[in-house]
Design a protein around this ligand. Structure first.
Ligand code: CMC
Length: 374
């Protein structure tokens, strides 16, 4: 293999055939199983869209009852795990906790667990892990799941003991994060699945990959940046400084979208609507950051991505910034598991190549420098 064969970051390489979602990076479109994301957020809620992604069509009434009951009955964690979580260091990052607890759950399951039922079971438990950690870390009593609440309401209830005013908006934000083709965490988890490993290993891989700031971890970094800027007047200088130092501006740019990310557009509109009624912290600074970044990068087509406005919304709900990426994971597990199962139907282990540029034919010498068999 030659250097010319290298596809840095696998840009432009297709690794699977999939009917789960379609991203049109030129037109800024995202489609789940044939439906445009705008229609889904307008008309559906988390459970319906999860069903769509897993099963390929929107649910009828019986199917809706089935998915709601599957997702609401499996929320509890084994008590031993909750006890172990109480021993975790209180400053452990929520993504590290989520990754570790998902991995621990694998010890409570039979090894042959890569079925849709197991995927749904794990999806049901992720919000519980996140909310329990929030409560444990803050020395608050745990709030157990409530079966009569839907997936997103139950999460907010377990976090805060009540439902914030804009909880429907939170549910819709989960829909926006649910699926996005062969992104880094979906690819990583599909690789793990392609070895016929178990679903807990698959999702542990995905969470570890999502955590990085170039991927899902960007939402936390965006809020850090907005806090650091602190004042709308300081935006141009702050951004120009990042550009001068060749630093990435978090929440901007995308491998596929070369226009406005449709998810960012929807999130921005919601934040705009909320801010018409009440103050939304950091929104004015964020709008200015967007103006400056888009202007500075007008030749490179760099626009806000999904991670730019989502954190402002979560912050408005009272969710601490270090929890933002766990919210992303709570939604994206649907896409991860759908892809892992789809790929399994025509499975082949992933085994790419690297292009060797190290030395060859070296003579082996012992520690004293004496050539062996020389
Ligand atoms: N800030 C400054 N410059 C940027 C940015 C940015 N956010 N994004 C891209 N560029 C520039 C980059 O420097 C490069 O310039 P040049 O051609 O002169 O070297 C050009 O645009 C192409 O960028 P790239 O890094 O080669 O693009 P990529 O496809 O490898 O990376 C990305 C995509 C999302 C990792 C990158 O845009 C980035 O680091 N963004 C900031 C982190 C972020 O917001 N991540 C969330 C991604 S969307 C949701 C998700 O997947 O979680």
């Amino acid at each position: 293999m030659k250097k010319e064969d290298l596809k840095h970051g696998l840009e432009g390489v297709a690794v699977a055939i999939s009917s789960i979602s379609y991203v049109d990076g030129e037109k800024g479109k995202l489609v789940y199983r044939g439906f445009e994301i705008e229609d889904l957020v307008e008309n559906s809620y988390f459970e319906e869209v999860a069903y769509l992604i897993w099963f390929g069509s929107l649910p009828n009434e019986n199917e809706e009852d089935f998915i709601k009951s599957m997702l609401s009955k499996k929320r509890n964690l084994p008590e031993n795990i909750v006890e172990m979580m109480r021993l975790f260091p209180e400053n452990a990052h929520p993504m590290a906790v989520l990754r570790s607890v998902v991995s621990m759950l694998g010890m409570y399951s039979k090894e042959d667990n890569s079925t849709l039922e197991n995927a749904i079971n794990l999806t049901a438990k992720i919000p519980t892990i996140i909310a329990y950690w929030y409560r444990i870390k803050n020395n608050l009593p745990i709030i157990y799941p409530e079966e009569h609440l839907n997936h997103s309401e139950n999460f907010l209830y377990m976090m805060f003991g009540e439902l914030p005013e804009y909880s429907k908006c939170f549910d819709k934000a989960l829909i926006l994060h649910m699926e996005q083709g062969m992104n880094a965490s979906t690819f990583a988890s599909t690789v793990t699945s392609s070895t016929l490993s178990d679903i807990y290993s698959v999702i542990t891989t995905a969470i570890g990959t999502l955590k990085g700031p170039l991927h899902g971890g960007a939402n936390e970094k965006v809020l850090e940046m907005l806090e650091e800027i602190g004042d709308i007047e300081k935006v141009p200088e702050y951004i120009d400084n990042l550009i001068r130092n060749k630093k990435k501006i978090m929440g901007f740019g995308h491998r596929i979208y070369k226009t406005y990310d449709p998810r960012a557009k929807i999130l921005k509109k919601w934040v705009q609507e909320i801010s018409a009624h009440e103050k939304v912290d950091f929104f004015d600074i964020a709008l200015k950051v967007e103006d400056v970044v888009v202007e500075r990068f007008k030749d490179k087509n760099i626009y806000p991505n999904v991670d730019f406005y989502s954190g402002i919304l979560y912050n408005h709900f009272g969710i601490p910034k270090e929890f933002f990426t766990t919210i992303f994971a709570m939604a994206r597990i649907v896409g991860w598991t759908a892809h892992a199962m789809e790929y399994r139907k025509n499975n082949r282990i992933f085994r790419p190549r690297s292009i060797y540029n190290g030395p060859k034919d070296l003579k082996y010498k012992d520690m004293k420098g004496v050539e062996i068999n020389g």
